[in-house]
Design a binder for this molecule. Sequence first.
Ligand code: MF3
Ligand code: CO
Length: 247
Amino acid sequence: MIHIKTEKEIDLMREPCRIVKDTLTFVGTKIRAGMTTKELDTLIERFIRSEGAYPSCLGYGGFPASACISVNEVVVHGIPDDRVIREGDIVSVDLCAYKNGYHGDACRTFCIGEVSPEKRQLVKVTEECFFQAIKGLRAGTPLYDIGYRVQKYAESFGYGVIRSYTGHAIGKEMHEDPSVPNYGKLGTGMRLKAGMVLCIEPMIAMGDWRVRILDDEWTAVTVDGKPAAHYENTVVVRTDGVEILTL
Ligand code: MF3
Ligand code: CO
């Protein structure tokens, strides 16, 4: 079921999205080599709650933490634990906040200290995939143009586009229809409508795009153990473009 948001609903979504953005900015000031992903998660939970919001990931489908923290070869849904963040790691922090009856959702991949040029480029290109995807995007654009643009850009660097996870619409639920894949055929899929609120989230691997789920039933790692990056914003589809709520 697709929910087109009214202007009033979009205004209600600004606050959770602003909190997500501010939390990620806060993460940028705190994340450092030597800390565990669990320690970072604790800081994130405290920050989101101090804003009067709820960390939507906590308890979602049984997820045991407030943020997904995915290091290097972990693509998505890394469970915060005793893993120590090290110099040279790339760390994706994906989080949601719930307030005013709505969710906001975004992700950034952080480079810890001196990171290899290869990994640095992966992080940069993943972010650029998002901006490629929203280029020219507006009401009337075919849905799979988003994935087409992400895939075309990522593959031009020889990277793999993760297939088994996608972006999604968002609102009163964290995951609403439609799904927003990061691959696709130009000119196909439903036409986007003004008032749709979408999470566009390229997940890009340095090598093979296939993933494997660990025994914890959450952690998705690349099959070849090569690093992956993730970048996400919540955006509103407008008649003349998109409005990014988490930047
Ligand atoms: N923020 C993630 C997304 O982009 C959701 C993570 S699943 C959870 O869809 F269980 F951790 F919440
Ligand atoms: Co999302």
